[in-house]
Ligand binder design. Structure first.
Ligand SMILES: [Zn+2]
Length: 315
């Protein structure tokens, strides 16, 4: 208490004498990110040079998230706001309209990454087929970060944003980013190794369609009773029954489930098939416990790799 009083007095005296140091000179820059991967990359690259905050409260499922008016005020007061892409955070349009700040840099972390529509990939070759053009946009996959090479592009975008706002620390940021890039290369090598085995191609996933970019890179078949990207759209009983039959036929013993929502669909399938339920973490966001235990994007993705490998070994 004494210290606080003293601090108040000093501030008061400085204010009186007109010697208040310019606040922007000494204060760290503030970075706010929407999802966990960006938050983690800022932590790795900027470390103690910035104040970084994850907009989503720990444990919050991101697809149904909407920023509060207070969140929009916080974003307006930040120096950098990093979002995933307009499909993952459709509310970004409203944020850009409502934020009143000339100093804020808004960063789309997906710049340089081609968004993919996994459901109509072949259709694109057929130029005459314009029937479901509107639908196509809705089905572009927002989960870009689940491919380690996309994650590298995102980290590069974040690095450039940090350097442009805080050029004094450019060398520090670049050195840390280089270490992160190396780790992401190692992560990719780990996935390359697992999926180089041609029998490692089918994953049964009892969650929404989140791993499409990984599937695209390695030619995987991800079977899920969910048909889209929204965890809120419940699968049909028919889709669940078909998946159960497929698993029984192929004697598949692992059903993966997603983080942060009750895995009731995966549980039903596990009960019907005797398959083991294993978390395949989409890394959208983490729980408070995971955060405290030091989870990083890399640690989550490496754990996923080991679980996939284990699942393939059991088949
Ligand atoms: Zn998702």
């Amino acid at each position: 208490m004494k210290k606080m009083l003293l601090a108040l007095m000093v501030t008061g005296l400085l204010a009186l004498s007109g010697c208040v140091p310019s606040q922007t000179q000494d204060e760290k820059i503030t970075v706010i990110t929407s999802l966990f991967p960006q938050y983690d990359f800022v932590r790795q690259i900027a470390q103690d040079k910035v104040n970084v905050r994850l907009l989503l409260p720990a444990g919050t499922e991101p697809h149904s998230f909407e920023p509060t008016p207070l969140d929009i005020v916080s974003i307006g007061n930040a120096d950098i706001f990093i979002f995933t892409n307009e499909l993952m955070e459709p509310w970004i349009v409203r944020v850009i309209e409502n934020v009143k700040s000339d100093n804020l840099l808004i960063v789309d972390s997906s710049v340089g990454i081609e968004l993919i529509d996994h459901f109509h990939e072949e259709d694109h070759e057929d130029e005459d087929d314009h029937e479901d053009e509107d639908e196509d946009h809705d089905e572009l996959d927002p989960h870009i970060w689940l491919d380690p090479l996309n994650a590298k592009v995102m980290a590069q975008n974040i690095l450039e944003a940090l350097i442009s706002v805080d050029p004094d620390n450019a060398v520090f940021y670049q050195n840390n980013a280089n270490k992160l890039f190396e780790q992401l290369d190692e992560l990719k090598a780990e996935y390359d190794e697992i999926f180089s085995d041609p029998t490692h191609k089918t994953i049964i996933y009892g969650g929404h369609f989140a791993f499409g970019y990984l599937a695209h890179r390695y030619g995987l078949e991800i079977l899920s009773p969910y048909t889209g990207f929204s965890p809120n759209a419940e699968p049909t009983p028919q889709a669940i029954i078909e998946l159960i039959e497929r698993m029984k036929e192929a004697d598949i013993k692992t059903i993966y489930y997603q983080e942060l929502i009750d895995p009731k669909t995966a549980r039903v399938i596990a009960e019907q098939t005797g398959a083991k339920m294993v978390l395949l973490h989409g890394a959208h966001n983490v729980t408070t416990q995971e955060l405290q235990a030091g989870a990083t994007y890399i640690s989550i993705m490496r754990e996923n790799a080991q679980k996939l490998l284990q699942g393939f070994k059991n088949e």
